[in-house]
Design a protein around this ligand. Structure first.
Ligand SMILES: N[C@@H](CCC(=O)N[C@@H](CS)C(=O)NCC(=O)O)C(=O)O
Length: 224
């Protein structure tokens, strides 16, 4: 298997797909393409590499899968549902719902706080719509941990699909100094300390300086 990724520093959707690949337990190759470069423009125009012109894209032999949730579905069908979704029906319904809510929503938070695992902004101001997104996420994490979190430190106990979808948000909260409380704060600490997250951040820190995307930095400065 092979996964096509954007910069590990910035590409939150890539992180979701990559975590799903790690969870499969299979060996896979990675191709990281620096976004906003001529190479990116060329590669994203190639449907034999990126059929949706977006990352992540997974190639399983000659079968392409894109969209982070579809990648999770594909891998869970192939390598075992229980590695991705809770067995208990109520827990699974909640896990699927919050994973889909992440995939489709929280646009204000995503727009205002682009993922940047290499930076830390201690004076960041969230606008009202992004603040509401952050509060909703804190509520969802708290409910998952309190109602379904026995058996491990992650949203549904063991690491799974919902954690893959929310890990980039935990990273954003860390980057922008957005403080959580109670069970949500404990969860954020656990996910940020996950060895695969550490591996991802270490690789991000090794990316060349020339891959820095200036307009992300300019955008963030507006909220400092
Ligand atoms: N809904 C998609 C989102 C994928 C996406 O938007 N990826 C970004 C990078 S993080 C991308 O490839 N954007 C195209 C571009 O920047 O040209 C998913 O779940 O995978």
């Amino acid at each position: 298997m092979r996964i096509i990724l954007g910069n590990k520093r910035y590409s939150s959707w890539s992180l979701r797909g990559w975590l799903a690949m790690k969870q499969s337990g299979q060996d896979f190759e990675e191709l990281v393409i620096p976004m906003d470069t001529p190479e990116w423009a060329e590669k994203k125009a190639d449907p034999a590499l990126m059929p949706s012109s977006r990352v992540p894209t997974v190639w399983d032999g000659d079968i392409a899968v894109w969209e982070s949730l579809a990648i999770i579905d594909w891998l869970s069908d192939r390598y075992g549902q229980t590695a991705y979704w809770p067995v208990d029906g109520a827990a699974r319904a909640f896990a699927r719902s919050i994973a889909a809510e992440m995939h489709a929503g929280f646009t204000a938070l995503r727009r205002q706080c682009p993922m940047d695992v290499c930076s830390s902004y201690r004076t960041f101001r969230l606008e009202e719509d992004a603040r509401r997104d952050a509060e909703r996420i804190e509520q969802l994490w708290t409910k998952a941990r309190e109602d379904y979190g026995d058996g491990g430190p992650y949203l549904f106990g063991a690491f799974g699909a919902a954690d893959m979808m929310y890990a980039p948000v935990a990273m954003r909260f860390r980057t922008y100094g957005i403080d959580l409380t109670g069970a949500a704060a404990t969860y954020q600490t656990a996910i940020c300390a996950h060895p695969w997250i550490t591996e991802w951040c270490d690789a991000a820190a090794e990316e060349p300086e020339s891959w820095t995307i200036e307009h992300y930095e300019d955008h963030v400065r507006a909220y400092l």
